[in-house]
Design a protein. Structure first.
Length: 328
C-alpha cells in the first residue's frame, strides 16, 4: 500500500459519527479512512483535494462545522497526514486473560452503526477479537471498504449476513456456523443482515485502518476465486451437520493461522504451541483449570499462554468452542 501524504485540516468533534454524516452526507466530502473500526476516533475525509481529519475529542471547544465546510480555517491547525500509513504489528504477548458476556454496557457503537464488544484487552495489540452484533435486520448502510491487516476472519455466531467480495462473484450468505477469511486488502461490503446477527471477528493487528474505496463497484466484473491477496486466499467455509475440526484457515493463510471448532468431552486436555491462542465458547459451559478454576459459559472468551496445558473440566454435553491460533 503506497504512501499518500496530504496536508489536512484537523477538526475536533464530540460525536464522530454525527460529524462525519454532516460532512459526507450533507456537504459532499468523501470518506477515505476511519480508525479503528470497533470504536472510531479518527476519520479522514476529502472534497476536491481539500482534506479534513476529524478527531474525536471528549471536551470542547468545538468549531463551527458549517463554516469549515464553507472553507473557514479559523483557529484550526494543519497536519501532515499519511492516508496509507505503514502497518504496525506489536509483538506477541504470552499472557492469560478472559472475558464474560455481561450487560449492554459492554457494547460500543462502531463503524456503520454495528455494536462491538471487545474480547481482548488493548494491551494485547498484536491481535484484536470482537463480538459484533446488528440488532435491527435489513439493509446495512455499508460501503465498499478494505482493511489494512495481516489477518482477519469472521465467524457467524447467530443469524445471517449477505456480503459481497472483490473477485468472488455474486454475494454470499454467511449463516450461523459459517466462517470467512478476509485476506489483506480485499474489497468487500455488507449488504444485508438478519435481525440479531452476531459474529466473532479476530484480526491482527488489533487497531487497524479501514479504508473506503470509491473507485470500484461490487460485485466485480471479473471473477478470480484463486486470487491471492498478499499471499492469502479468500475463504468461505460453510457449516455442515456435525461440523468440527479445522475450518480451512491454515491453507487459506499459507500456514500462518488456524481456526477450529472443538467439542471437548467431560474432561479435556490440550497442549498447543503458538504465538496466540484464543478460545470463544459458542455454546455450553465448562470449567478452565489454570492457576485456579474459572467457569465459562456461552459468550465467554479467554487467551491461553503457549506451551501450557489447556485443561477443561465439567464440560457440558453441548459444549462448542471456537479456537484460533497463530501458528509458530
Amino acid at each position: 500500500m503506497s504512501s499518500n501524504i496530504v496536508q489536512s485540516l484537523v477538526v475536533p468533534c464530540n460525536d464522530l459519527a454525527e460529524t462525519l454524516d454532516f460532512f459526507t452526507e450533507k456537504n459532499e466530502f468523501r470518506l477515505h479512512r476511519i480508525y479503528p473500526a470497533e470504536d472510531p476516533s479518527i476519520a479522514d475525509i476529502e472534497n476536491h483535494g481539500r482534506y479534513i481529519r476529524l478527531v474525536k475529542q471528549e471536551s470542547g471547544p468545538y468549531p463551527d462545522y458549517p463554516a469549515i465546510s464553507g472553507g473557514s480555517t479559523q483557529d484550526l491547525s494543519i497536519e501532515t497526514v499519511d492516508l496509507n500509513p505503514p502497518m504496525e504489528v506489536p509483538s506477541a504477548q504470552d499472557t492469560f486473560e478472559m472475558t464474560h458476556l455481561g450487560d449492554d454496557s459492554d457494547w460500543v457503537i462502531g463503524r456503520v452503526g454495528m455494536e462491538y464488544r471487545n474480547l481482548i484487552s488493548e494491551e494485547n495489540g498484536r491481535f484484536g477479537a470482537s463480538h459484533i452484533r446488528i440488532t435491527k435486520g435489513g439493509p446495512v448502510e455499508d460501503y465498499v471498504h478494505f482493511h489494512q491487516i495481516r489477518f482477519q476472519m469472521i465467524y457467524c455466531y447467530k443469524g445471517w449476513a449477505k456480503v459481497v467480495y472483490e473477485n468472488q462473484g455474486e454475494s454470499i450468505i454467511m449463516k450461523s456456523g459459517d466462517c470467512v477469511l478476509q485476506p489483506p486488502g480485499i474489497r468487500h461490503r455488507v449488504l444485508e443482515s438478519s435481525t440479531g446477527l452476531e459474529v466473532i471477528e479476530i484480526n491482527s493487528p488489533a487497531k487497524h485502518m479501514t479504508g473506503r474505496d470509491h473507485s470500484i463497484n461490487l460485485p466485480s466484473q471479473t471473477v478470480d476465486s484463486d486470487r491471492l491477496f498478499i499471499g492469502q486466499k479468500f475463504l468461505h467455509h460453510q457449516a455442515s451437520p456435525g461440523n468440527g475440526g479445522e475450518l480451512g484457515i491454515v491453507e487459506a493463510t499459507g500456514g500462518m493461522m488456524s481456526a477450529s471448532i472443538i467439542n471437548p468431552k467431560n474432561q479435556f486436555s490440550q497442549n498447543l504451541e503458538g504465538k496466540f491462542i484464543f478460545n470463544f465458547v459458542l455454546q455450553g459451559d465448562c470449567e478452565l483449570v489454570f492457576d485456579k478454576n474459572y467457569s465459562f459459559s456461552a459468550g465467554g472468551a479467554f487467551i491461553f499462554p503457549t506451551g501450557k496445558e489447556l485443561l477443561l473440566n465439567h464440560c457440558s454435553s453441548d459444549i462448542k468452542i471456537l479456537q484460533v491460533v497463530e501458528l509458530p
